[in-house]
Design a protein around this ligand. Structure first.
Ligand SMILES: [Mg+2]
Length: 262
């Protein structure tokens, strides 16, 4: 197999919590040596990318913040710019808000006489109810774009527990306003388009690697690029067999990539 860019999921694919899986460091040294480019992509829009960068540095994985780290936030901003959006009503953490402010005017309270072009929801762990309420009022009374960074219903934390993620938030808003969000992160093929454009690649140059079927693997299927499903995280072999679409490759561990790329 020959690839020019590998898009990695992180949690459950390379590590779980603070434990890097065996052999992962060798894999990245191998990719570096073979000059195969790689990026780490997370649907999680609640942290700065620096959070992930620091974590990978602690694991001693060769990477730079500028070249290797992307989240659904970047894909969302790139899409909003393409759509010529000017004014945004945000429901997101301060870290995403900071990035949105670099490109758009921000409105944080519902006012009948103030128009917004888009209501943008992220993984909102700093949730303020008034923002949720006013976001729904904008959806009900105007016709803005309704964009979400990601559609994950829950986010894994320590001890196999989960916390509510953006997918649940936009579902709550849909039940209130009747409006359905367009989801930007995985599995939206917009993620792959972003990298195809950025690095001037063809679809056959890209491999997507991850442990979750309905995001990591589905994004590759939706964009028609090769996928590797690893069984080190969420999906078991039974889950993969039951899933209506099949990944191109299935391996126990991401480290098998060394042999696959030789
Ligand atoms: Mg994962």
């Amino acid at each position: 197999m020959k690839k020019k860019l590998i898009i990695f999921d992180m949690d459950g694919t390379l590590y779980l919590g603070d434990d890097l899986f065996d052999g992962v460091r060798d894999l990245f040294n191998f990719l570096k040596e073979k000059k195969i480019n790689y990026v780490f992509f997370t649907n999680n829009s609640s942290h700065d990318l620096d959070f992930y960068y620091q974590k990978m540095r602690r694991f001693d994985i060769p990477c730079t913040l500028e070249d290797n780290f992307y989240s659904s936030s970047e894909v969302t901003i790139s899409y909003l710019l393409k759509k010529k959006v000017k004014t945004i009503f945000p429901l997101c953490n301060e870290s995403l808000l900071k990035k949105l402010k670099e490109h758009f005017d921000i409105v944080t309270e519902y006012r009948k006489d103030v128009k917004v072009d888009a209501v943008v929801a992220g993984f909102y762990t700093e949730l303020i109810y008034q923002r949720l309420r006013d976001g729904c009022l904008y959806l009900e009374n105007q016709n803005p774009l309704f964009i979400a960074t990601n559609g994950d219903y829950r986010c894994p934390i320590e001890n196999m527990n989960f916390i509510p993620d953006c997918g649940g938030l936009i579902e709550w808003m849909r039940l209130t306003s009747g409006k359905k969000a367009k989801v930007m992160g995985k599995p939206n093929p917009e993620v792959i388009n972003y990298f195809l454009d950025k690095y001037h690649l063809k679809k056959e140059d890209i491999l997507v690697v991850g442990d979750r079927l309905y995001t990591d693997i589905q994004v590759g299927i939706n964009a028609d690029v090769d996928t590797l499903c690893v069984l080190s995280g969420e999906a078991s072999l039974d889950d993969v067999k039951r899933y209506p679409h099949q990944p191109t490759y299935i391996k126990e561990s991401v480290v098998s990539l060394i042999d696959m790329l030789k």
